[in-house]
Write a protein that binds this ligand. Sequence first.
Ligand code: C2E
Ligand code: MG
Ligand code: MG
Ligand code: MG
Length: 281
Amino acid sequence: GAKSDGRRTYRFFEAGMDARAKARRGLELELRQAIADGGFELHYQPLLHLEGGTVSCCEALLRWRHPERGMISPADFIPIAEDTGLINDLGHWVLNTACREAVNWPDHVHVAVNVSPIQFKSQTLALNVAAALAASGLAAARLELEITEAVLIRDDEAALDILHQLRELGVRIALDDFGTGYSSLSYLQRFPFDKIKIDRAFIKDLGATGASSTIVQAVVNIAAASDMTTTAEGVETEQQRTMLRLLGCTEMQGYLFSRPVSGAEIRRLLSSDCEKAASVA
Ligand code: C2E
Ligand code: MG
Ligand code: MG
Ligand code: MG
């Protein structure tokens, strides 16, 4: 009857939870090991000026080279690193590695680093950023920190305070994945962002429907009115690029130009991009 069915469902659920908890625990141990062993690497994806087409910035994207399972996507391990607090060590490594890599790039090219909400709230972010800049010798103005709306919703005052500390160091702040989650247009007025990254969800069907282009246009207008630039994420087609130029978006990032590539490859890409820019000038 209903009662025994219920019990069976409950037991099944419990067993499922147990397996999942075990898998997570396993992954957590492996993550710890990888942090100790240097199992992580950063890949870099260029952001391009929509006018002119030169590279303005490269975003550091974390990769875990697992000994048996190959490359593991950040979407699969960042949540676990966040739950366990490991994200602080990992984030620290990312920040330092990205800054050290970017000093090898042409001076006009910025580096963007993703900052987890946990890392953001850790109180030592500004200190860690200052230390990474000092250790690498990277100019503060070349570092962009990407944060998401998740850091803004809980405690406005504390978030604002941290953003101001970072601003004082001279680094730039980008609002990542704009338009997803808890988006509120009022954030754009209250917080000192330099850049808004418009989520891929709005870029995907640009041109196909009127709705997306209306939204992108609105974000571009609001950004321009507040001295912020805009980056379109996930640009995959020429049609999207054309639309974005017409809409007045500042930068694009996506597979159309380049996937995230290794440190060695990004150096090659940047040196040929510079030659191209010089030959046009
Ligand atoms: P994100 O910061 O929004 O990064 C953009 C993601 O979109 C990257 O996925 C990138 O590879 C992907 N992407 C770029 N262009 C295209 C495109 O044209 N089409 C499609 N379909 N995808 C595109 P990735 O590298 O898997 O990273 C996923 C997310 O993991 C990132 O989203 C970011 O939130 C997080 N993440 C990555 N590295 C770090 C890190 O070092 N620290 C923290 N806290 N989070 C990170
Ligand atoms: Mg990002
Ligand atoms: Mg993003
Ligand atoms: Mg996104």
